[in-house]
Design a protein around this ligand. Structure first.
Ligand SMILES: [Zn+2]
Length: 86
């Protein structure tokens, strides 16, 4: 994984309205999400280079070792990541 790796982000994270609280790797993709529910619809997501978000939020670097079908969730920025298997 490098900064050019593509990630799916929800529109809330993309716009900067909400922080990333859930990092998920369904089927190996990287998803950076706000933790709320989203419609199961491509319009709820944007595809970006993950590096932009790693630069903006240093805590994300703590979970770049997630492997496919794992996720990590936190209650708020600065809180510890809690990992789970999907
Ligand atoms: Zn969202």
């Amino acid at each position: 994984m490098d900064g050019h790796t593509k990630a799916y982000v929800c529109t809330h994270v993309f716009s900067g309205d909400r922080p990333v609280l859930l990092v998920s790797r369904p089927e190996g993709d990287w998803c950076l999400l706000c933790g709320d529910e989203h419609p199961d619809d491509a319009s709820a997501y944007r595809v970006v280079g993950i590096g932009h978000f790693l630069d903006a939020d240093a805590a994300l670097s703590e979970v770049v070792d997630l492997v496919p079908d794992q996720e990590a969730e936190r209650a708020a920025p600065g809180e510890p990541w809690i990992r789970a298997t999907l």
